[in-house]
Design a protein around this ligand. Structure first.
Ligand code: ADP
Length: 305
C-alpha cells in the first residue's frame, strides 16, 4: 500500500575535522536522518518528504540538492530571504567528539511561520514525524502552531510520530522543556523515546515508568529505546514486548543510532503493521549504522529492506 511520510525539523550544515586544518562539509539533523533511513527502507511507491525552512543563499541551495540526491523530497521546504541554515562543527580530540553550534538565527526556526503551508503538507501525508529538537528550535507560539496541526492530524487518524530527543542545551527553561516535550507526546500517536534521556530529565526509574508516563498522556503506541539492551514496545492493549539489540563487537560512531532505528522501524511498520518485526529489523539497521562513520550510512552497507 502506497503512502506518504513527512518529517519536520531542522537539517544543519555539518563541518567535520578532516586532515590538518581542513573541514569536510555534510548535512545532518535528527529528523532529516530519520527521513533518510525511512526513504532507504520504504518501497518506491511511498514518498518521503522533508519539511523545514532554509535560506535563499548558496549553502541552502546546496543543502536542497543534497537532500534531493538522497531521494527525500524537498517540495515542502520553504525558502526564506535573509536567513541561512544552522551549522555545527564536530571536533575530534583523542577519539572523543565535541560539538560547537551556530543555529540561533537558523532559517529552520521559521518552519511553522506559514500555517497554511504547514497544514496542507500535514493533511497530504499519512505519517508525520517530528522531535523534541523540532520543538526546541521554535518560539513558543510557533511550537503551538505546529502542535495544534499535529493534534488535528492525530484526531484525523494519521500516524503522528514523536521522538522526544531531549537536548537541554537547546532549551532555556527546564520546566518549559518538560511541558513542551509532554505536549509533543500528547499530539502523537507513536512516541519513540530513548530511556537514558527520559530517566535523566523526567526522573523515570525504569522503562516501565517511561511507558506509564506516556500512556498517561494519551499515547497508545510507545517504543522505548535503551541502547545496547534493546527496545520495549507498548502497542495498544497488547502486553509489553521486549526486542533485544543486535550484537555489535566494535562501535565506530553512535551518531544517528536512534534516528536510523526510527527510520527503519517506521518503514517496516508502515509496510506490514507488525511492531515486533519492525523493531527487530530496526535493531539490525541501527547496529550497522553504529559500525560506520557519520550519521548517514550509504544504502549498500545497510541491511536490505
Ligand atoms: P539514541 O541514539 O537516540 O540515544 P539509543 O542509544 O537507545 O538511542 O540507540 C538506538 C538504537 O540503536 C537501539 O535501540 C539499538 O537498536 C541501537 N544501538 C545503540 N547502541 C547499541 C549498541 N551498543 N549495540 C547494539 N545496538 C545499539
Amino acid at each position: 500500500m502506497a503512502g506518504k511520510l513527512l518529517s519536520i525539523g531542522e537539517c544543519m550544515v555539518e563541518l567535520m575535522q578532516a586532515e590538518g586544518d581542513l573541514l569536510r562539509k555534510g548535512y545532518a539533523g535528527d529528523t532529516f536522518n530519520t527521513a533518510y533511513y525511512a526513504r532507504t527502507f520504504l518501497p518506491a511507491d511511498w514518498s518521503v518528504d522533508y519539511l523545514t525552512a532554509v535560506g535563499t543563499d548558496t549553502v541552502s541551495g546546496e543543502m536542497l540538492a543534497f537532500i534531493e540526491k538522497t531521494g527525500v523530497g524537498t517540495t515542502q521546504i520553504r525558502r526564506v530571504e535573509g536567513r541561512s541554515p544552522g551549522l555545527y562543527m564536530i571536533h575530534l580530540k583523542e577519539g572523543e567528539r565535541s560539538f560547537s553550534y551556530w543555529r540561533s538565527v537558523s532559517a529552520a526556526k521559521t518552519l511553522a511561520d506559514d500555517a497554511d503551508h504547514l497544514r496542507a503538507a500535514i493533511e497530504g501525508s499519512d505519517i508525520i514525524v517530528f522531535s523534541g529538537i523540532t520543538l526546541a528550535i521554535l518560539a513558543p507560539s510557533a511550537a503551538e502552531t505546529l502542535l495544534s496541526e499535529l493534534r488535528r492530524a492525530k484526531a484525523a487518524g494519521k500516524s503522528v510520530v514523536f521522538d522526544p530527543n531531549i537536548r537541554p542545551r537547546l532549551w532555556d527553561d527546564k520546566q518549559y522543556m518538560l511541558d513542551t516535550i509532554s505536549a509533543g507526546a500528547r499530539s502523537a500517536s507513536l512516541v519513540m523515546p530513548s530511556f537514558d534521556d527520559e530517566a535523566a530529565h523526567f526522573g523515570d526509574a525504569d522503562v516501565a515508568a517511561t511507558i506509564a508516563r506516556y500512556r498517561g498522556l494519551g499515547v497508545y503506541n510507545i517504543v522505548v529505546k535503551d541502547g545496547p539492551k534493546g527496545v520495549t514496545l507498548s502497542f495498544g492493549d497488547a502486553p509489553l514486548q521486549f526486542v533485544p539489540s543486535a550484537n555489535v563487537d566494535k562501535i565506530v560512531d553512535t551518531t544517528s543510532a536512534g534516528d536510523s532505528f526510527n527510520g527503519a522501524f517506521l518503514a517496516r511498520y508502515a509496510v506490514d503493521g507488525d511492531p515486533v518485526k519492525a523493531a527487530g529489523f530496526a535493531a539490525s539497521a541501527a547496529a550497522t549504522v553504529i559500525q560506520h562513520h557519520g550519521a548517514l550510512v550509504s544504502r549498500d552497507k545497510l541491511p536490505s529492506a
